[in-house]
Every structure is written in structure tokens, then in C-alpha cells.
Design a protein around this ligand. Structure first.
Ligand code: ATP
Length: 307
């Protein structure tokens, strides 16, 4: 459904995308997961035809974005990071306004707007000016307005940032329903829980590049990823960590806690405890962390997703 080939984009000579490629099948829920500044918004803005790349190619359906942007715009819905709602209009008027850009009769548009207001739990307050809405309710209107022309593909750029848990859950339920009904969804986030819950496949993006890609299970089982033994020490000098890393190079220190990456926790745990005893370190806590997107990201980049 979507083919992205070697996308590059620089802002004032600074490379934001350094050659991004991925493919998304029809009906797939694809997540682009990465920290702030990784290049998610730049990627999704290019796919949504809001921004031109410096080079590379995007095919959506059977059309190339470069040659047939109008055909592509008909089949895509876009939920940008910034809210686009008119505060002085009611929820219903907002939807009718945004829907007027599409070739849909007023009656049909009104039916669709009412159905979407119901879907997003806003039926009761549809006649109220949007300025009285919470951030989460405005976000629901924002998403609803991207669905009025019944797109086959939906691009969503961090749609749950800064909203209340109730709106967040409702948004998840709605997009899960759209996904079940066959919509192709591309979703950017820096919350690993969202990527784990929603996405069929995930591209992990960092510093303008996709550094790993696959289903959650594929990412967890990939060779690079092992379980983590997290040990917290009463005190940890620089000299202690040098000694530890010379015996166990595959580790990462965060203050008094060290994450030791291990292919086999059962045997490695006792080896590590022995090593710490030999160095004279007092262990105050040990946790075994199963591979998840956070630990995968940490191991791939040496950084936490939410630095
Ligand atoms: P965030 O979650 O903060 O939106 P992101 O992963 O979406 O991050 P982008 O917004 O695509 O990342 O930014 C990628 C890089 O490009 C960052 O270094 C950012 O500072 C830079 N950048 C993005 N937009 C512009 C712009 N309009 N002008 C200059 N630099 C930009």
C-alpha cells in the first residue's frame, strides 16, 4: 500500500532524514517509534504531502507522490501534531467546515459528521463551541475531521500527546476499530506502550534513520536484543564501573544502576553477583527486565526513549 524509498530531507543544511525506507501493507497498523527530534514528523509530513523531500520516493496505492499528489490526497487522511480547530465554531460546524473541502454533498456530509461525533463520544456536546472543549475533546474533533472523506489510509502524528486518559482510551478504541475495518494506519509516537498496544509492525527511528523494524515479537527476538539484568548498588565509583565493564562490556550505566545485557539470565545472574562481590560492591536491588521496546531502543542506541 505504501512504499517509501530512501527519503532524505535537510533543514538549513542539517540532515533530518538520512535515507528512510520502509513498506506498509494494505490494512496494516504501522508505528514509527522514536524520541523527540528523531525525524517522525518530517517523515509523516512528507508522506502526507505537507512537505517535499530533498530526494527519495513515496508510492501510495499505485500512485507516486511526486507525480500524482492529487490522487493520493483523495485517499489519505491526515492528523497533524498541531490541532486545527476553530474555537468559535461548534463541533458540528467544525466538521462541516473541514468537510466542505471534499466533493461530498451537504446532506451526506452532515450524516458523516453526526456519525463521527457519535463515534468519538461527542454527540451530546456537538452544538457547543469548541472553545469550551478540553484538549482531548479538541483532539477527537481533529481526528474526526480527517475521516470525513472516508480515507483508506490515515496518517497520525503523535495524536495523544498532552491529553487526558479518557480521551486517549477513546481514541485508541476508535482507531483500533478503523484498523479492524481495514484502514491502513501510520502512527508516530515516542510512547512505547502505544506502539506495543496498537501496531502490527514498528519502525524504530533515531537520528533520521530507521534502526530496526518488525513486529513486536520479531524485534524482541532479533539477535541484538537480550534480557536485561538491572542492578542497583549502594555506591558505585567510576573505578568500579570500569572494572565491571572490562568483565561485562555489554552494559549501560544510569547513576547507581547498571543494565547488564544478557543472552542467558539463568547462568549470567550468578556470574554477575560473583563479579560484584569480587569488586566489593553492595547490591541493593536486582531486577530482570524482559525485552520490550524501551530496552530494545536502549540497547540499539545507548539512549532512553524518553531522555
Ligand atoms: P518530535 O517528537 O519532537 O516532533 P520528531 O521525531 O517528529 O520529533 P522532527 O520534528 O521530524 O522529529 O525533527 C527532526 C529534526 O529536524 C530535528 O532535529 C528538528 O529540530 C529538525 N527540524 C524539524 N523541523 C524543522 C524546521 N522546520 N526547521 C529546522 N529544523 C527542523
Amino acid at each position: 500500500m505504501i512504499e517509501v524509498k530512501d527519503l532524505k530531507k535537510a533543514y538549513n543544511g542539517r540532515e533530518a532524514l538520512k535515507g528512510i525506507s520502509f513498506g506498509i501493507k494494505a490494512g496494516e497498523f504501522y508505528g514509527l517509534l522514536g524520541p523527540n527530534g528523531a525525524g517522525k514528523t518530517t517523515t509523516i509530513s512528507i508522506l502526507s504531502s505537507i512537505l517535499n523531500p530533498d530526494s527519495g520516493e513515496v508510492i501510495i496505492g499505485s500512485n507516486s507522490l511526486k507525480n500524482s499528489p492529487k490522487d493520493i490526497k483523495k485517499i489519505i487522511g491526515v492528523v497533524p501534531q498541531e490541532l486545527a480547530v476553530y474555537n468559535e465554531l461548534t463541533a458540528f460546524e467544525n466538521l462541516m467546515f473541514w468537510g466542505s473541502f471534499y466533493n461530498v454533498s451537504k446532506k451526506e456530509l452532515s450524516n458523516r459528521a453526526n456519525a463521527l461525533l457519535k463515534l468519538f463520544g461527542l454527540e451530546d456536546r456537538k452544538g457547543e463551541k469548541v472553545k469550551n472543549y478540553s484538549g482531548g475533546m479538541k483532539r477527537r474533533i481533529n481526528i474526526a475531521s480527517s475521516l470525513l472523506h472516508q480515507p483508506r489510509v490515515l496518517f497520525m502524528d503523535e495524536p495523544t500527546v498532552g491529553i487526558d486518559p479518557q480521551s486517549r482510551n477513546l481514541i485508541f478504541e476508535v482507531i483500533e476499530k478503523l484498523h479492524r475495518e481495514g484502514m491502513t494506519i501510520v502512527y508516530t509516537t515516542h510512547y512505547m506502550e502505544e506502539a506495543e498496544r496498537l501496531c502490527d509492525r514498528i519502525g524504530i527511528i533515531d537520528n533520521g534513520k530507521i534502526i530496526a523494524e518488525g513486529t513486536l515479537d520479531e524485534l524482541k527476538n532479533s539477535n541484538a536484543v537480550k534480557e536485561t539484568i538491572a542492578m542497583t548498588f549502594l555506591m558505585l565509583s567510576k573505578n568500579d564501573s570500569v572494572k565491571l565493564s572490562s568483565s561485562w562490556p555489554d552494559m549501560k550505566q544510569m547513576n547507581n544502576t547498571i543494565h547488564f545485557y544478557s543472552p542467558n539470565v539463568k547462568t549470567d545472574l550468578s556470574k554477575l553477583v560473583l563479579l560484584c562481590n569480587q569488586i566489593g560492591l553492595e547490591i541493593v536491588n536486582i531486577e530482570i527486565l524482559k525485552a520490550n521496546l524501551e530496552t530494545i531502543f536502549l540497547q540499539l542506541t545507548g539512549k532512553q526513549l524518553r531522555d
